[in-house]
Design a protein around this ligand. Structure first.
Ligand code: ADE
Length: 226
């Protein structure tokens, strides 16, 4: 899978993609991440990528031309399944959206800034708009990193044990059960006996019961959706 990220702050992606699972996914050739600096497509001598908003309200808006030229260059090179704009007024990201997107071949993620992007970009290029939560970030970069991470870990072969993605919270509409590791007794704080029993069926039942219990307590809305 190929992900192209369009941003005016390319350095912001140094951290999230150069560690851990994502780093290994790139090294294994399971994903390619290409970061494009929108400013490289600005044609005026000051390399401006934003301008005053029409209609008198305060704030700057990202201009059509540099973003349009960047998207057009990419879409001339290959076909894209989705051109996604990260924005607080988009559809709320959830595991099902990440699952869908992990099956795509090529996607573009566009990061906005300032008061937003010129609406004509949204009308003519954007196929999907995604928000990572009901709060406003300084820009779309962190949201794009969150989205890319949640997608990439679902690409087959990225996680060493594929079942570990299947047992993630939300994957089956439930939160994950509690987990423990050695020692079985830490100063009197004991791991539940059933997990030490070796009885696979009982362990599966216990995990399921705890998942449902935790979901009821913390996220009853997830059960309503069923
Ligand atoms: N840009 C600014 N805030 C955002 C959010 N919550 N989700 C996605 N993109 C954003």
């Amino acid at each position: 899978m190929r992900i192209d990220i369009l941003t005016i702050f390319p350095e912001m992606f140094q951290g999230p993609f150069t560690e851990s699972i994502i780093k290994r996914a790139v090294a294994k050739g399971l994903t390619e991440i290409h970061i494009h600096n929108i400013r490289d497509f600005a044609i005026n001598k000051h390399k401006n990528v934003d301008d005053y908003v029409y209609g008198g309200k305060a704030g700057m808006v990202m201009m059509v031309q540099p973003i349009a030229d960047c998207i057009l260059q990419l879409t001339q090179e290959r076909e894209y399944d989705e051109v996604i704009f990260l924005t607080p007024d988009g559809e709320l990201l959830n595991q099902s959206i990440s699952n869908q997107l992990s099956l795509k071949k090529n996607i573009i993620l566009l990061c906005g800034h300032y008061k937003g992007i010129d609406e004509r970009i949204r009308e003519h290029f954007i196929t999907r708009e995604i928000s990572i939560g009901d709060y406003v970030l300084s820009g779309g970069e962190l949201a794009a990193a969150v989205l890319a991470d949640s997608i990439i870990r679902l690409i087959p072969g990225v996680l060493s044990d594929e079942t570990s993605a299947l047992s993630d919270s939300f994957q089956d509409g439930l939160l994950s059960p509690p987990v423990y590791t050695r020692p079985a007794d830490y100063n009197g704080w004991k791991v539940p006996n059933v997990l030490l029993s070796g009885n696979e069926k009982e362990i599966i039942n216990w995990n399921y019961t705890k998942s449902v219990e935790r979901t009821k307590q913390r996220r009853p809305d997830l059960l309503d959706d069923k």
